[in-house]
Ligand binder design. Structure first.
Ligand SMILES: *Cc1c(COP(=O)(O)O)cnc(C)c1O
Length: 363
């Protein structure tokens, strides 16, 4: 069994992808070709936002967002220790300090109840993450940000793109939304890529400059930027995938429900819970179990792959040792990191495969 099945999707749209790639090879505009704008428009309609900006990855998007907001060395940006390294990495990369707050035990995302105490006069942005496919309580986070001088909120929606929070799509929930098109993400391309979303005209313009070396117009650079463009070819590949995406979000939710049903009564396992007001796109189906290494080994023997993502949380990563954290600082994060295990997940996972996963776990 595959951990993430990308082949079934390709079988459905291979012809459309081939035709799109051929069009790019014919027109030859490999950098910022017409497919970029076409994809950005399609993403705006999907999310219901004013601006969408394609970029080179879901890491560079976070960096571009921070740069556009003017975050600089010595500033503080609040995020969570239970996430992929990118979220905190980009904060450190521009010389700012990642300030961690622990996650909520239900959604495993930023706990708004702990946020306020972490805000100082040096706080320049708040960066919640939508881990495994559902968002944080963005309503509560936006409300707190609003009360503290309208602090900008950057939503890292790399895993939650396709999910909703009180009916609003992830990526459209705050000052800036950021997502990734890494192949295994809910909306994945065939290489690296990402996108930014905002309703703010000025921020959108700055992010567009920063994406292309801080260039406002030809031969004129008002700000520092980077080479952060999305490839035309990736945009061409993502267009037919985005057409399929709403249906795939529903399929993912069906697969998630089927796991819930099959695993609910297995002792020693805690299934993931979708928080109030949320839907999940199940970027991963991740449960909690004790004695994880033994469970993983037994699953492997029965041809069921599984992955313990973020099992070393960011506050305990050697690269962030300088922040002076130690074990015990973020107990909810640590208890999830010690026990989490992600199961095979894709919109096309069959009931037979899910039965096999459940049987192996029960064993
Ligand atoms: C994948 C991911 C990123 C980075 O995306 P890339 O496109 O791989 O750079 C950032 N944040 C989270 C939460 C992710 O899962």
């Amino acid at each position: 069994m595959e951990f993430i099945d990308l082949k079934s999707q390709q079988d459905r749209i291979r012809e459309r992808i081939d035709a799109r790639i051929a069009t790019v090879l014919d027109h030859g505009r490999y950098i910022m070709g017409p497919e970029i704008g076409e994809l950005e428009d399609a993403l705006c309609s999907y999310l219901g936002v004013k601006h969408s900006i394609g970029a080179s990855s879901g890491t560079d998007t976070l960096l571009i967002a921070l740069m556009a907001l003017g975050v600089k060395a010595g500033d503080e940006v609040i995020t969570v220790p239970y996430t992929w390294i990118s979220t905190a990495e980009v904060i450190a990369l521009i010389g700012a300090k990642p300030v961690f707050v622990d996650v909520d035990p239900v959604t495993w995302n930023m706990d708004p109840a702990l946020l306020e105490a972490a805000i100082t006069e040096r706080t320049k942005a708040i960066m919640p993450v939508g881990i495994y496919g559902q968002t944080a309580d963005m309503r509560a986070i936006n409300e707190i940000a609003g009360r503290h001088g309208n602090l900008p909120v950057i939503e890292d929606a790399a895993q939650s793109f396709g999910a909703t929070h009180h009916g609003v799509k992830s990526g459209a929930l705050s000052t800036i939304g950021s997502t990734s098109f890494f192949p295994s993400k809910p909306l994945g391309g065939y290489g690296d890529g990402g996108a930014l979303f905002t309703d703010d005209d000025e921020l959108a313009e700055r992010m567009r400059w920063i994406r292309v070396h801080g260039q406002q117009k030809k031969h004129y650079h008002p700000v520092i930027g980077l080479n952060g463009r999305l490839d035309t070819l990736q945009a061409a590949i993502l267009l037919p995938k985005l057409e399929l995406f709403p249906e795939e979000v529903e399929l993912r939710q069906t697969v998630g429900r089927r796991y819930d049903e099959r695993l609910a009564d297995i002792p020693g396992i805690e299934c993931p819970v979708v928080g109030p007001g949320n839907t999940s796109v199940y970027a991963q189906y991740t449960l909690l179990c004790d004695d994880r290494a033994a469970v993983q080994e037994k699953l492997q023997k029965r041809d069921v792959p599984s992955v313990p993502y973020y099992s070393v949380p960011l506050h305990l990563q050697p690269v962030f040792a300088g922040l002076g954290h130690r074990k015990g600082d973020f107990p909810i994060t640590e208890s999830i990191a010690d026990r989490c295990l992600s199961l095979p997940m894709s919109p096309y996972l069959s009931e037979a495969d899910q039965d096999q996963v459940a049987a192996a776990l029960r064993d």
